[in-house]
Design a binder for this molecule. Sequence first.
Ligand code: TPP
Length: 319
Amino acid sequence: MKKPGKKRLMQLYENMVAIRAVEERLMDVFSKGEIPGFIHVCIGQEATPVAVCSWLKDSDYMANTHRGHGHALAKGIDLNLFMAELFGKKNGFCRGRSGSMHLADHSLGILGANGIVGGGIPIATGAAFAASYKKTGQVTVCFFGEGATNEGTFHESLNIASLQKLPIVYVCENNGWAEFTPQAVHMPIRDVADRAGAYNMIGTTVSNKVLDIYKAAGEAIGRARKGEGPTLLEVKSARWHGHFVGDAQKYRVEEDVKTAKQKDCIADFEKKLLKEKILSKKEVKKIGESVHKRIEAAIAFARESPFPEPSELMDDLYA
Ligand SMILES: Cc1ncc(C[n+]2csc(CCOP(=O)(O)OP(=O)(O)O)c2C)c(N)n1
C-alpha cells in the first residue's frame, strides 16, 4: 500500500486534534448544564475514527455507538449543525431530537449513533447487504466497543456478512472497559479479533497508533470494495475519562488511567511528525488556534439557535 503523503498526514493530525478539542469543550459546556441528556467522549480513541474514515467516500455508510462524536466528525458532519443537535436545538442535524446518542446525517451515509449496545451492528450489516444487492459499490463501516461483541447482534451479523461476502468492515474499539466492567470480567479472550475465525473472516488487531490503524483499515476497506468480503478490525484503544461525562470512574485504579494516557494517539503522532519535519511547532499552534475558532463559532451558532416548539413534539413519530 502507498504510504500517506504530507497532505494526508496533516489531515489525520488535524482531524484528531479537532475531535479532542471539540470533546474537551463539550465536557465543559455539558458540566455547566447547557447540553441535555448524557454524553460519552472518545478522548484517547481519536485515531480510530480518523484513520478509518479517511478511506471512506461521502456515499459510504457508517454506523456507530453512544461514544460517537469522533466517528461523525471524522465522516465529515458539519460542526455547527452537530453542535446545535447536541444542544437540542431546532436546526441541529435531527432537529434537536437525537442529541449526542442518536446523531445521524444520511447525506453523508451516517446511519446513526445508537444507545443500544450492539444495536448499530445489524443496521450496518443491512446497509452492506443493500449495497451488495443493488451493486452500488458503497462500503459500510461499523464502529463498536468490545462490550458489544458479547451481544447476539454481533455474532448474527458477522455470520451472515461472511456468508454473503458483504462489503463491510467491523471496527472494534477495544478500550478495555464496558461501562464499569473490565474486559477480563466479561470476556474469556484477550483479542476480540479472534472472534472473526468463528465466521471464516479475516480478523486483525492493531495498536492505538494512527498509522497502524490507517494501514489496516485501508487494507480492509480495499478488500470490501473489491468484493472480497468483510473484516473484523480491532484497535487496542484507550479510554481516558469515565464511561459518561460525570462518571468519576472510582472503579478504576490510577495506574490504569495512567497507562491509557501513555497510549496518547495524538501526542505520539505529533512527536513523529515533528521529528520527521512534516510538522513544525508553529503549525501545531496554528492548527490549535484555527480548531479553537471553529469550535467557538459552532458553540455560538448552537446557543443562538432556537429550541423546537412544544407543538412539534409528536411530529415524525411512527410508533
Ligand atoms: C443492549 C444494552 N445493554 C446494556 C446497555 C448499557 N450500556 C451502555 S454502554 C455499555 C457498555 C458498552 O461498552 P462497549 O461496547 O465496550 O463500548 P464503550 O462504552 O467502551 O465505548 C452498557 C453495558 C445498553 N445501552 N444497551
